[in-house]
Design a protein around this ligand. Structure first.
Ligand code: MG
Ligand code: MG
Length: 282
C-alpha cells in the first residue's frame, strides 16, 4: 500500500471492540500457556500443537494456519530469527531466545500478539539477551502509550524508537530496530490498513480515530537490523546473525484511553507503569 498516503482509520464500535477482546483474550491465554509450558528439549512443533489445541478448545481458529500457505498456528523464531519462523522438528535448547507470535480469530474478529522469552527461564539467558528482550518489551509499551485518539498514528513509532534508544543508552548497547516489518490495523482480518512503523517517520500518518484497533509489534536486534528470508520462504533472520526479540499487542484506542486486547488484564498493570489511561470497554 501507499505507505505515506494520508488515509483515514476505520474505527470500531464498542460492540466490535468487545468482540475483538474475545479473540485477543484467547491469544493472551494461549501465549501464557506456551510461556509456562516451554522447556529445553521440546520441539517448536510441540509448542505449536499446544497452541492449536488451546485456540480450538477456546472456540477460536488459528489465523496463521494456512495464511499464504503458512504451516503453523504460531510462529517460533529462535535466536537470530526475527519473525515468521515455522514450527517443526527444531529442538529448543536452554538459553535459546524464543519469540512466539500467535493469532486467533473468533466469530470473524482477530487477535494478534507476540512474546519473547528465554528457554529454561531468565536465569538461563545471556545478559545481552535479557537486556534485548526487556528493551523490546519496553518499546512496545512506549508505543502503546503513544496511541491517542486525535493524535498522529506515527507518534507510536517515534515512541518505540525513542524507547529503544533510551534502553540502549541504559544498557550500553546499540540496538537495531527492524524496519522491513511493521505493525498493522486489525479487525475482521489480521492484517489491515494502516501500517504502523516502529520508527520515527517524517510523515505523521493518519489521525487516530475513536475505536482504532491496531497491532503494535517492534522487532529489535542486538546488532544490525538488516535481514533476509531463508529458503523456507518464511523465516526472517538477521544478516549479521545477531539475536532478535519481538513483542506485540493488539490495542484499542478510544477517547477514554486504551484497552490492550491481547493482555490477560487488558493492559491495566503495564499501562499504569507507563502512565497511560486504561479504558476497558467490558
Ligand atoms: Mg503477530
Ligand atoms: Mg501482527
Amino acid at each position: 500500500m501507499g505507505f505515506f498516503r494520508r488515509e483515514r482509520i476505520e474505527g470500531k464500535t464498542v460492540d466490535q471492540v468487545r468482540r475483538m477482546r474475545v479473540a485477543g483474550l484467547l491469544v493472551a491465554q494461549t501465549l501464557d500457556l506456551l510461556a509456562a509450558s516451554v522447556r529445553p528439549g521440546m520441539t517448536t512443533k510441540e509448542l505449536d500443537t499446544l497452541a492449536e489445541e488451546h485456540i480450538r478448545s477456546g472456540g477460536g481458529v488459528p489465523s496463521f494456519l494456512g495464511y499464504h500457505g503458512f504451516k503453523g498456528t504460531i510462529c517460533t523464531s529462535v535466536n537470530e530469527e526475527i519473525v515468521h519462523g515455522i514450527p517443526g522438528t527444531r529442538v529448543l535448547a536452554e538459553g535459546d531466545l524464543l519469540s512466539i507470535d500467535c493469532g486467533a480469530v473468533v466469530d470473524g474478529w482477530h487477535g494478534d500478539a507476540a512474546i519473547s522469552l528465554i528457554v529454561g527461564g531468565r536465569e538461563a539467558g545471556r545478559a545481552e539477551d535479557l537486556d534485548l528482550i526487556d528493551a523490546t518489551e519496553a518499546s512496545l509499551y512506549a508505543g502503546v502509550a503513544a496511541l491517542r485518539v486525535g493524535q498522529p498514528l506515527y507518534d507510536v513509532g517515534a515512541a518505540v524508537e525513542d524507547e529503544v534508544d533510551a534502553a540502549g543508552r541504559r544498557d550500553g548497547r546499540t540496538y537495531g530496530i527492524v524496519e522491513d516489518y511493521v505493525g498493522h490495523g486489525i479487525g475482521t482480518a489480521m492484517h489491515m490498513d494502516p501500517q504502523v512503523p516502529n520508527y520515527r517517520c517524517r510523515e505523521k500518518g493518519p489521525v487516530v480515530t475513536e475505536g482504532t484497533t491496531i497491532a503494535i509489534e517492534p522487532m529489535v536486534t542486538l546488532g544490525d537490523q538488516a535481514n533476509t528470508v531463508l529458503d523456507d520462504d518464511w523465516t526472517v533472520v538477521t544478516l549479521d546473525k545477531s539475536r532478535a526479540a519481538h513483542w506485540e499487542h493488539s490495542v484499542a484506542a478510544t477517547s477514554q484511553g486504551l484497552w490492550i486486547l491481547t493482555a490477560l488484564d487488558g493492559g491495566e498493570s503495564k499501562l499504569a507503569e507507563v502512565g497511560a489511561p486504561f479504558a476497558p470497554l467490558d
